[in-house]
Ligand binder design. Structure first.
Ligand code: NAD
Length: 547
């Protein structure tokens, strides 16, 4: 019997490989990209560890070459959704009863498989299926996925060892039970790491999941599922059911065993899930934990003391890397009049030095947006700017979906701080700048704070440290992740715990204690060594005649 109390130290972040031409990792990745481009994968449902083919299928294509089919996927119907719920409920006992160090070792094994054996596979699937370039895929599919796993193990050990005070006559213990029931994990297309973590953070704490992956991320997500099983996640602990979100959501939320929702995606979807839970509240065994990270309208606020080159580089990468499809992507900038011309010159220069195209050509800085619906939505915002007398396109403004869903990085200058592209989440490569008068900083900070319903990420640039500290205070609720002299994207697990409030979600900070704590329902156990044998308190008793 293993009775050790294992101490998991703080891990390091997974190193980002360089993929220089001729390097071993580059050769392996190119081979894998070629292999995956030449096959069509059949993606089944995986329920109770078994692959299920429903023959109600859809297609997974390359966003940058949408005629190229990467996979056919099988969709869950009502029957399979019920099977997935049953499998998650049935496997709860064995998984939640398992010694937590065994669960931890399985999580660490997944990280090892991903970073060593399957690094090229998961990168190639993410690059081809979600249109990420090498760097964007490496920091997501490999490094962040592994970081979530390794840091969650460490943070779980910190939670488990947090125990209440005992005294001479009593021993008090806190038992961190898994939630009673299953967790519904609903993942977005834009991060392979998030898809993994939405399942595995509840799973680390002893829960089982029903997983609704995003259709446009199915290739990488299916490989994740296979790796989970290979690492030893028992059948039924994670149940993978692609298909219609609306149908799966409706059926899953009917189950009285729903113990939690772990969601990342748009506000519309999250609001609909929360509303449905509210309507069915009395039918559940427990109050479901509802954890969701949603949209953003992330800002860069530039103080007149800022270094313009630093601002231009941060604005370009913060707004346009992965085609602006990061919830943290900069999408509005407030620039003082005194720096505007110089900023414009610098950022135009950068835009002229970057290329757009296929993920397999390594010199492309930007690739395609995820699908036709997203392409059309982004194009509609660009058209609005092109036809408005309150906006001017500084660069970009072109889009073409004949081969892939390509939208050129676009900078809009608006004279209206409430122009729709300053307020609404576009989720594409569009940055809008509002130029403010240098003596109007206070009013502009008000605008920045109140313009959008979100509160996800934001950055301030400036060399005047007193002014920057004031802005940091003034914008306290405008962002859950706030950056000083840095772009508002690129949070690293363990270093910048991620999440925002207001309309951006429940701010439970993925990859940390705050998130993991949502997946346990603690039981306090008090044991008394010598229980009282008299009901009366001391003051009720008569003093004896001797005293
Ligand atoms: P989405 O809401 O369209 O989809 C997310 C998931 O929900 C998908 O799996 C989808 O199939 C599913 N879904 C859709 N309708 C459903 C329903 N009625 N019931 C159950 N599931 C349903 O989001 P997306 O386009 O995949 O992702 C982009 C959004 O995600 C953006 O708004 C972005 O800001 C947000 N996001 C936020 C964070 C964060 O940490 N705050 C991180 C990444 C992405």
């Amino acid at each position: 019997m293993n009775n050790s109390l294992h101490n998991f130290p703080i891990p390091s972040n997974e190193p980002i490989l360089d993929y220089l031409e001729g390097s071993q990792e580059r050769v392996e990745l190119e081979k894998e990209l070629k292999r995956q481009s030449e096959i069509v994968v059949e993606i089944p449902l995986v329920i109770g560890g078994k692959e299920i083919f429903t023959n109600d299928t859809g297609k997974v294509v390359m966003p940058h070459n949408h005629k190229h089919i990467l996979a056919n996927y099988h969709k869950a119907g009502e029957r399979e959704i019920k099977m997935a719920i049953d499998a998650a409920v049935d496997s709860h006992k064995i998984w939640s009863d398992l010694n937590w160090t065994t669960r931890a070792s399985i999580m660490l094994k997944i990280a090892e498989l991903l970073t060593v054996k399957y690094r090229a596979l998961i990168n190639a699937a993410t690059m081809l299926g979600q249109s990420k370039n090498i760097y964007q895929s490496e920091i997501d599919a490999v490094c962040e996925t592994a970081d979530f796993l390794r840091f969650n193990v460490y943070f779980a050990s910190e939670i488990y060892k947090t125990q209440p005070i005992s005294s001479f006559n009593q021993l008090n213990r806190m038992e961190y039970r898994a939630l009673e029931g299953f967790v519904f994990s609903v993942s977005p297309f834009n991060f392979t790491s998030i898809a993994s973590n939405l399942n595995l953070s509840p799973v680390m704490m002893g829960n089982t999941t029903v997983w609704k992956p995003a259709t446009t991320a199915l290739l990488s997500n299916y490989y994740l599922m296979k790796i989970f099983l290979e690492a030893g996640v028992p059948p039924g602990v994670v149940n993978f059911i692609p298909g219609s979100g609306a149908l799966i959501g409706k059926e899953v939320l009917k189950s009285p065993h729903l113990a939690g929702i772990h969601f990342t995606g748009s506000n519309a979807t999250f609001n609909s899930l929360w509303r449905q839970v509210g309507e069915k509240l009395t039918t559940y065994r427990s109050y479901p934990r509802v954890v969701g990270e949603t949209g953003g309208k992330d800002f860069i606020f530039v103080h007149p003391s800022a270094n313009v080159t630093e601002v231009a580089v941060a604005a370009y990468s913060g707004a346009f890397e992965y085609q602006g499809q990061k919830c943290s992507a900069a999408s509005r900038a407030y620039i003082p009049r005194s720096l505007w011309e110089e900023f414009k010159k610098e950022i135009i220069k950068i835009s002229e030095s970057t290329k757009m195209g296929d993920v397999s050509e390594s010199d492309n800085f930007v690739n395609a947006v995820i699908d036709k619906a997203s392409f059309d939505n982004i194009a509609s915002y660009i058209k609005k700017a092109q036809s408005s007398n309150e906006a001017e396109i500084i660069f970009g403004g072109e889009y073409d979906d004949s081969k892939g869903f390509f939208v050129k990085p676009t900078l809009i200058h608006t004279t209206n701080p409430h122009f729709s592209t300053m307020e609404e989440e576009i989720f594409g490569p569009v940055l809008t700048a509002y130029v403010y008068e240098d003596d109007q900083i206070e009013q502009t900070l008000d605008l920045c704070d109140t313009t959008s319903p979100y509160g996800l990420t934001g950055a301030v640039f400036g060399q005047d440290r007193v002014a920057v500290a004031g802005i940091c205070n003034r914008l306290r609720y405008a962002a859950g992740n706030f950056y000083i002299n840095d772009k508002p994207t690129g949070a690293v697990v363990g270093k910048q715990p991620f999440g925002g409030s207001r309309g951006s979600g429940t701010n439970d900070k993925a990859g940390g204690v705050f998130n993991l704590i949502r997946w346990v329902s603690p039981r306090t156990v008090k044991e008394t060594f010598i229980p009282p044998i008299d009901i009366r308190y001391g003051y009720m008793k008569k003093r004896s005649s001797k005293s």
